[in-house]
Design a protein around this ligand. Structure first.
Ligand SMILES: [Mg+2]
Length: 328
């Protein structure tokens, strides 16, 4: 390969900034070998996901290097959470534009370490290259989920309740704040830049088999619940007034009702949407309290063509238009 890294050789960059993140994890073999070698614990399945994030398309270019690292990690660990898997390892392919300062890479690597700490996942390998195009990061995340307890999108049953974790719409509103379309708001900006994957709650949900289907909300609440409907061949009805909002989001929606549509369809939430039989309601509530995470019932699964309907405060179906994630 003739790729030249931004400063010095690719190996220097890896050695200086990324190798320390793998230190102490035997599976990385010190990042000195051609590949990592992992054991899958007995009774578990290996769950693998990958996501490419391109500057100016999937994240704002002017975010700090640490914020971008948190975003890249959060998006991927959220996909593991959606399956009820506990994170074990990540692999990073980083494309840096030629003029990227080494200080930027150092801050990014530090952010990567911070974002992974406490998740159970270690950086076990990857590659860095320079590109004439925009900065881009492809992270592959590996996790373990207990056999026969992996959460999927396809198990929702007629009569199930629909739940979400956390608050919805903060990421999409945060993006509008960061791009000057709404007033600056540090809370919403952080929710956009540093999504917190809900894998701790998801693992417990999977372990207890309380949920019938699960998805993480990246494309927007309506669209992602729609993904459960498609995979499960059911319909969903959600009540807009039940959708949990942060104080910042509630204030914005109160001032401008049209922002409710942004909340319901905007994406970038990285919360979980899941379905569960009504008999599990009190167990789910207790689990949410135990894990210190807000969990809210927002709707019901019904018979019908795979579709999500969102009802307004007087029970009329809302017109959400296109209803899916729109890139920057
Ligand atoms: Mg997902």
């Amino acid at each position: 390969m003739t790729d030249q890294s931004p400063n010095g050789s690719e190996f220097d960059i890896i050695k200086r900034y990324f190798m320390p993140l793998a230190a102490g994890d035997k599976a990385a073999l010190g990042l000195l070998d051609d590949a990592a070698v992992l054991d899958v614990p007995q009774g578990y399945k290996l769950v693998v996901t990958t996501d490419a994030l391109v500057a100016g398309v999937h994240f704002l270019e002017n975010l700090s290097p640490a914020d971008i690292a948190y975003k890249v990690v959060g998006v991927n660990l959220s996909d593991l959470a959606a399956m009820g898997a506990s994170p074990r390892a990540v692999f990073l392919a980083a494309q840096f534009p030629k003029n990227t300062p080494e200080t930027w890479i150092a801050a990014f690597a530090q952010g990567l370490g911070a974002a992974l700490s406490g998740s159970g996942a270690t950086l076990l390998g990857g590659d860095t290259v320079t590109t004439p195009g925009p900065m881009a990061f492809t992270l592959t995340a590996l996790g373990f989920a207990p056999l026969r307890k992996v959460l999927t999108r396809s198990g929702a049953k007629v009569g199930d309740d629909v739940y979400v974790t956390g608050t919805i719409g903060d990421g999409a509103l945060g993006l509008l704040c960061l791009t000057g379309k709404l007033p600056a708001d540090a809370f919403l900006a952080k929710r956009y830049a540093r999504p917190e994957a809900r894998f701790v709650f998801a693992q417990a949900l999977a372990e207890h088999m309380f949920a019938s289907a699960c998805v993480d909300i990246s494309d927007g609440l309506a669209a992602d619940v729609g993904h459960i409907c498609e995979a499960s061949n059911v319909a969903a009805t959600l009540e807009a007034q039940r959708v949990p909002l942060s104080d910042s989001a509630r204030d914005l929606v109160k001032a401008d009702k049209t922002l409710l549509k942004t909340v319901l369809t905007g994406g970038d939430d990285y919360e979980l949407a899941f379905t569960a039989a009504p008999k599990n309601a009190s167990s789910i509530e207790a689990l949410a309290v135990e894990k210190g995470l807000r969990v809210t019932r927002i709707g019901t699964i019904l018979e019908g063509a795979p579709k999500t309907r969102v009802l307004d405060e007087i029970g009329r179906p809302m017109d959400l238009g296109h209803g899916g994630y729109v890139h920057l």
